[in-house]
Design a protein around this ligand. Structure first.
Ligand SMILES: [Zn+2]
Length: 419
């Protein structure tokens, strides 16, 4: 009996070894994210979901599974560092998320989020940072469903509930409904309350901490530092939403946050301080169309975008580290969430940011901010095979990344359009 089992095991192991296949991608053009350069005719050998070798002449076997992308531009899977997969507002309706707390259950939010997360993966974003406003931890369940293999999705770095001064980002809620915002926010007004909120989020699955300041109250430097210190114990970073001018942003920078989300009104001194301290800007640079979608007039939409073009230009010139983020919760007519989000590239183009740098903000820079720079964001040996291909040269026109036709996630082919 035992002999038979041993024989069977030996047979299985031998046959597995003989049939062990690597996947080989022949890349006509290949983005070297580390150096921001396009290389020609690279071959990527993939084994067990990770990159084994890359170069012009690596060894591979005739029995390996070959993917011919010799007419394509091959890139590391893209990363969006500011998304809300479970949230949605209607085009030009001027409604707020608060109404949705009553109208949309947590289950509905999770179902929407799973659909939107798949849109990201299918359109080349193999990693996203889900930054809150996801009901009662709806995304935690999406992450579980992906892990269990029930659904396909990108790697999700997850914030849990947003930690904010009393009131979250709500306004005008009557006292009878006080606390309604706590569906998506944790009220935390002292360093101790902030530390407790950090622990609570981590308990429910957060891998990044998101705070809001400047909307309903301003955090002091000590408040930000309390979150940073507490999160650090668990290897988690803190990122902070700030759109207003002045003190609120300075407190975030001095408090040691890993990134500022939005930062629409950062001045040059603050951008320089961020550079000095290695704090990332996740700009969420809405195009005119993205702003107009909120139901504001044409003039306002244009003014908002102009502000972002100016801030992007200044940040790039000063050298503030940047990671790409979109922040879209309103889909544009005829476009899905990712296509709506990529409209922000119009703002990057208007600010004259080089396409190679924009690609770095979506790959190597994003990976560094997200703390996954040793496993994703570049295509080198030992890194996960998160690989995409587009039909046109993104260095000529960054909007070419709208033409994704191949997506591989950890060695698994998610999409390979045949022409
Ligand atoms: Zn946002």
């Amino acid at each position: 009996m035992t002999k038979n089992i041993i024989f069977l095991l030996v047979y299985l192991i031998t046959s597995l070894t003989i049939n062990a296949q690597n996947t080989v991608i022949k890349a006509g053009h290949f983005f070297d994210a580390r150096n921001g350069k396009m290389l020609d005719n690279q071959i990527i050998v993939i084994q067990d979901g990770k990159i084994k070798e890359v170069g012009t002449n690596p060894k591979f076997s005739e029995t390996d599974s070959i993917i011919d992308l010799s007419n394509s531009w091959v890139l590391p899977g893209l990363m969006d560092c500011h998304v809300h997969v479970t949230a949605n507002l209607e085009y030009k309706r001027r409604n707020t998320g608060t109404t949705n707390y009553v109208l949309e259950s947590n289950a509905l939010r999770a179902i929407r989020g799973s659909v939107v997360a798949k849109q990201f993966l299918d359109n080349g974003f193999t990693t996203i940072k889900e930054i809150g406003n996801d009901g009662n931890y709806a995304t935690a369940d999406i992450i579980k469903a992906i892990k269990y293999g029930w659904i396909k999705g990108p790697t999700i770095i997850y914030a849990g509930k947003i930690i904010a001064p009393f009131g979250g980002q709500s306004s005008d809620i009557n006292p009878d409904n006080e606390g309604l915002w706590q569906f998506e926010y944790i009220d935390a007004d002292t360093p101790d309350e902030i530390k407790k909120a950090v622990r609570k989020n981590i308990y429910y699955g957060a891998t990044v901490i998101k705070m809001v300041t400047g909307d309903n109250g301003i955090y002091n430097t000590e408040d930000i530092k309390a979150a940073v210190d507490e999160a650090q114990k668990y290897g988690v970073k803190v990122t902070v939403h700030i759109v207003t001018e002045g003190l609120a942003a300075t407190n975030v920078i001095l408090g040691g946050a890993a990134a500022i989300e939005h930062g629409d009104n950062l001045n040059n001194e603050q951008l320089q301080l961020m550079k000095d301290k290695g704090i990332f800007l996740v700009g969420t640079d809405f195009s005119y169309d993205n702003n107009f979608a909120y139901g504001v007039g044409e003039k306002t939409a244009r003014e908002w975008t102009n502000l972002l073009v100016d801030r992007l230009k200044r940040a790039y010139k000063i050298g503030t580290p940047m990671a790409f983020g979109t922040d879209i919760i309103i889909d544009l007519p005829e476009l899905n969430r990712v296509q709506s989000g990529l409209k922000v590239l119009e703002t990057w183009k208007a600010a004259e940011i080089p396409a190679s740098y924009i690609l770095q903000t979506m790959t190597i820079n994003a990976a560094e901010l997200l703390g996954i720079e040793k496993e994703r964001g570049i295509l080198e040996p030992t890194y996960y095979a998160d690989i995409i291909a587009v039909k046109n040269n993104p260095l000529k026109d960054i909007e070419s990344i709208n033409t994704v036709h191949f997506v591989m996630k950890e060695g698994e082919i998610i999409r390979n359009d045949k022409k």
